[in-house]
Design a binder for this molecule. Sequence first.
Ligand code: SF4
Ligand code: SF4
Length: 391
Amino acid sequence: MALKDLQEWLYGCTHCGTCKDVLNIFSPACPAGEKYQLESYFPSGKMLIARGVANGVLNLDDDDTRERIYACTGCLSCEQQCGVYHHQHIFETVQALRSEAVTQGNLNPAYMVMVESLKKDDNVFGKAKAERGDWAKDLKIKDAAKEKTDVVYHAGCMLSFDPELWEIPRSAIKLLEAAGIDAGIMGAEESCCGGRAYEIGYDGEFTKYAEHFIETFNSLGAGKVITSCSDGYSTFKKLYPKMNIEMKFDTLHTAEYLDVLIKDKKLKFTKKVPLKVTYHDPCHLGRHLGESGIYDSPRNVLKSIPGIELVEMERNRENAWCCGAGAGVSQANPDFALWTANERLKEAQSTGATALVTSCPWCVRNFRDAVKKYGENIEIYDIAEIACKAL
Ligand code: SF4
Ligand code: SF4
């Protein structure tokens, strides 16, 4: 939504500071504010910036102003903690500021590669479109672009183009096979969901991808789209319905689908996985979905794996601290992204867990990079990788 259409919400913030901490436990909630320790990076500061831009007092050609609106992981923790009537529109306001910057031509140079790559190769990493299905090259999996399948597995950009993460979609496919599901992938014909373009302010690119995606998947005739990407999942569930195009398929996250398959007794775990783990709730699989946030399914899957002991971090479920990678931060501001991830790893280690499990490739990538940079002694897994070990 354009900034001018959000006027109603810009004056809602009372600057009470409640959003700085998780309610009742007083642990930090906003990665941007905590990292930079300046009011202008906290949600209340961002709302003031939005007012200033809307009133012409601040300009988006100012580097310091833009720095603050891009220093936001879109984690929605502020929206969770804030009790004022505008609370559901805080990140929408940040996104509107980013969109306004793009409209005015005040572009963030860090995103130019991403945007050019989207236009040329349908992905956010500057990789060749033809390489998109390489993660599944030696797998015997149906080509959903050529033959009808009950389920289409959507890998998304991160899992398609980061070979160090290929074990995640490969594990997901093995689990679907073990449960006897008729599944296929789109391979090189798959495209970006457009979610990242939306969050960094490229509304036009987002619309293009959303229309293409819905029309393509409607034409496939598959009843279900399964994805292991939390960003993609939240894009399908939260952003696509706003396009007002009928979606003839249901979308499930891998964690959600595994939970269903276990309950239906289609998927059985036989091997022990002796690990003490803690679970990190990805923002896009939790807070971004409001009351439909997926918190129980991944925990149910973990509890059904023999040998797993699940312990909780203090900030969990709706109050989880962000991994730091969201809303384009890992691409434009890696220092901020990795600092945020390491704060979470310290919290994970304090539980006594030797592994952190999550359900999003952006989280996995950022946590593994933070382990490399900061040296916390903890293993990082996606839920599909852990579940596959128990087959
Ligand atoms: S965003 Fe909400 S919680 Fe945060 S300072 Fe403003 S009114 Fe208070
Ligand atoms: S979305 Fe997250 S990083 Fe952005 S202002 Fe809110 S709490 Fe801070």
